[in-house]
Design a protein around this ligand. Structure first.
Ligand code: GAR
Length: 213
């Protein structure tokens, strides 16, 4: 798989760590950032993973940027593309090229709170629960068949920071889990819903991010 990032790369770190464990057969062949200064690039370098920067500002349009991206991914013999805080909208051409081989993590319970500033909007609306979603990517923003979600309660004294920290912990559990299931070939998209083979899903729809119970 390849991981596309734009920033700090804590989800990238969770994916790297999970690939280094015995039960996950996935292997990261390349990390690509559209931001030359993304801290996640340094992390990948430290771990000995090949990195590339494709700065979107150097291209006349999204199509040209994405052609370069596709070429880099194909040269690396990528089977699966993981978006991990990759903050560029992708065109339908790119998304359809990688259909069912392109996944994303989003810090809300999709389809609620698509887009940016999710935690601020959760607090403004007074939602009682929030969480994260790992899903296959479709052309509409933050849309596509759901693989894993996890939930946390919103506390009365939560701030954007405390909520995002708690949801991030959930992301770091859910993303490696989704990846492991895909690498084990347990995940199937049927009529735009995800079916997962032989998995006790009761164990993974957790609420409390400290104990995962
Ligand atoms: C994560 O919270 C991820 O869910 C979010 O960006 C953050 C990246 O953090 N992605 C989106 O909002 C995509 N719609 P990270 O760089 O530490 O992994």
């Amino acid at each position: 798989m390849a991981v596309l990032i734009s920033g700090r790369g804590t989800n990238l770190r969770a994916l790297i760590d999970s690939c280094h464990s015995a039960e996950n057969p996935a292997n990261i062949v390349r990390v690509i950032s559209n931001e030359p200064k993304a801290p996640g690039l340094l992390l990948a370098d430290e771990k000995g993973i090949t990195t590339s920067t494709i700065d979107h500002r150097n291209f006349s349009d999204r199509g040209a940027f994405e052609s370069e991206l596709i070429e880099k991914l194909e040269v690396a013999e990528t089977d699966l593309v993981c978006l991990a805080g990759f903050m560029r909208l992708l065109t339908p051409i790119f998304v359809n090229h990688w259909r069912d081989r392109l996944i994303n993590v989003h810090p809300s319970l999709l389809p609620a709170f698509k887009g940016l500033h999710t935690h601020r909007r959760v607090l403004e609306l007074g939602a009682r629960f929030t969480g994260c979603t790992v899903h296959f990517v479709r052309p509409d923003m933050d849309d596509g068949p759901i693989i894993v979600q996890a939930v946390t309660a919103v506390h009365p004294d939560d701030t954007e920071e405390t909520l995002s920290e708690r949801v991030l912990l959930l992301e770091h559990r859910c993303y490696p889990l989704a990846l492991r299931w895909i690498a084990d070939r347990k995940v199937h998209v049927i009529d735009e819903r995800v079916a997962i083979d032989n998995t006790d899903t009761d164990k993974v729809w957790f609420v409390n991010p400290k104990t995962y119970e």
